[in-house]
Ligand binder design. Sequence first.
Ligand code: NAD
Length: 479
Amino acid sequence: MNEPRYSSYIAGQWVEGGGSHVDENPANLDAPVGHYGVLDAAAVGQAVDAAAAALPAWSLAAPQLRAEVLDFVGSEILARKEELGRLLAREEGKTLAESIGEAARAGQIFKFFAGEALRIPGEKLASTRPGVDVEVTREPVGVVGIIAPWNFPLAIPAWKIAPALAFGNTVVFKPAEIVPGCAWALAEILSRAGLPEGVFNMVLGSGRTVGQALVAHPKLDALTFTGSVPTGRALLEQAAGRALKVQMEMGGKNPLVVLADADLDQAVECAVNGAFFSTGQRCTASSRLIVEAAVYDRFVVKMQARMAQLRVGDPLDPQVHIGPVASQAQLDTDLGYIRAGHEDGAELLAGGGRVDCPTRGHFLAPTLFAARASDRISREEIFGPVAALLRAADYEHALALANDTEFGLCAGICTTSLRHATHFKRHAQAGMVMVNLPTAGVDPHVPFGGRKASSYGPREQGRYAVEFYTTVKTAYTSA
Ligand code: NAD
């Protein structure tokens, strides 16, 4: 076995972990990306202890040092974005162009928070009492546990690790099981960035063992989680039991409304990009396409024509638009929902099955069903390249359908009507709204997050990240 072996990083040391688990290449199951060892609960305990021991000094470290560390990490990621993107494409399966874009974004996020480390906000106010000053300052929240999903294995860890370190916290980062290579690559860069030992730790292993040991550790002060609703809800209950500060970003079932007055070609591009790019494995994917009756038939014809042009295959091939599904488990879920679509009486308009490619991989055709709002494929998050198309009588009906979901991450509308765009921005029950843009694809310097079952706690990213990663102190001084 010549592939790399990925290890964990605890208190400034690489820790092998037990066993030799395969880091799969979902586009070629016969050519694994590498192998990795997993930790037990005791090793995770050591990582949290190391982060706790490093906290007093790091929480008071010069902001300039924190800025320099994060700037170093950002610069190196940007300089190596092609190489890191290639690793990401091989490990997670999104196309090379998408993967390089994600690596670049991770680098930009570290750069952004390098600046934020020097801009920690505070306030000085007059007291209600004469001769007294009031200061409101922000301090680190403490030891932060980071639990991340597999679908953005560089960008999501970046948008959690960078603000945590910028604001003086120490970190234990637990990546998803199927992306140890990207986690190792990030940790390797951070290990050379000038951080004191124990400030950043990375622990490989399952959610059940490593994730649980992290969440249950008494020295953990805060938990930021991105992943599925069932896992998030279970962790939320655990966290509430011990008054842990939490931030949760979970699933989505994001609507894209297409009105009769939309530029239909633009709407089709938004729908194809939002529903199928990155193999539909984005929490912001447009998995419900809600189209006004007057243009519904024309929209279907255009979608079918556009989808026929999409090439599924090796993510490293520049001619390929859609890479493989990331894992066998996710493929089984996707195929299960395609069966559910048929069982519920939805009409298959495109795709619907696996795609044969020269290598053995998890290739699935982008799939579109004409469905009813009550069908399982219209209500439950699939997290694959499978979208439900719903017919709406008019704008009001489309808005009602868009909001008829337990989720509330992102909502989009394609229209040339200022009145409808403005109304939709105001009334869509989502944390993010897109007008004439795909629901997926957000900027890194502004808040990211949702409402309803999609999110819990303060927003991530941009200047709003300070809310979660700091705690506020109010000090009164009499001269
Ligand atoms: P998941 O919930 O299965 O796992 C997420 C992480 O939690 C992994 O690291 C996993 O190992 C860990 N975990 C699992 N069980 C655990 C436990 N009992 N204790 C502690 N940790 C545990 O999700 P996934 O399949 O990795 O990712 C897909 C999901 O992530 C989708 O639902 C998607 O919508 C969501 N997601 C949301 C956002 C967002 O910002 N809203 C972004 C990306 C992905």
